[in-house]
Design a protein around this ligand. Structure first.
Ligand SMILES: [Zn+2]
Length: 142
């Protein structure tokens, strides 16, 4: 399997998981904008938005809302949250397996679309994933 996200879904590469069900896996980005930066990916490979079943896309957004709620209600205490999906190289897609970014934002954190990302340490990712999994999450659906 050459796709890195398929390898993560299959357990062939390490990941710091935040959430998992039959359709999607959510895990921490190795190059976080801020601690807690999560990627929600479909378990079935879809390189582009046009290859992603609508139901799976809708479910990715649902899970992203839940992850964002855990960010908001947990110890990360972001001042804002970005959801972001890139479809195509021109749109800054770098891994060609669909993923919905969920990342905490803080006033003055300095993030811009072209900010170079720094690779995180696995121990730090695991610690933050533990915080997110343990955080209460409140969405309108409950
Ligand atoms: Zn894949």
């Amino acid at each position: 399997v050459s796709c890195v996200f398929c390898r993560i879904v299959a357990g062939l590469e390490p990941s710091s998981a935040v959430y998992e069900d039959e359709l999607v896996l959510a895990f921490l980005d190795l190059y976080p904008v801020n601690p807690g930066h999560t990627l929600v990916v479909p378990k079935a490979h879809a390189a582009a938005l046009g290859e992603l079943p609508e139901e799976t896309g809708a479910h990715m957004f649902r899970v992203a809302q839940r992850v964002a709620a855990r960010m908001r209600c947990g110890p990360l205490r972001p001042e804002g949250v970005n959801l972001w999906l890139a479809d195509g190289k021109a749109a800054y897609q770098e891994v060609f397996h669909m993923h919905l970014h969920v990342f905490p934002r803080y006033e003055g954190d300095g993030f811009h679309m072209d900010t170079p990302m720094v690779r995180a340490e696995r121990a730090d990712l695991d610690r933050v994933a533990d915080l997110l999994r343990a955080a209460p999450g409140v969405t309108a659906a409950g």
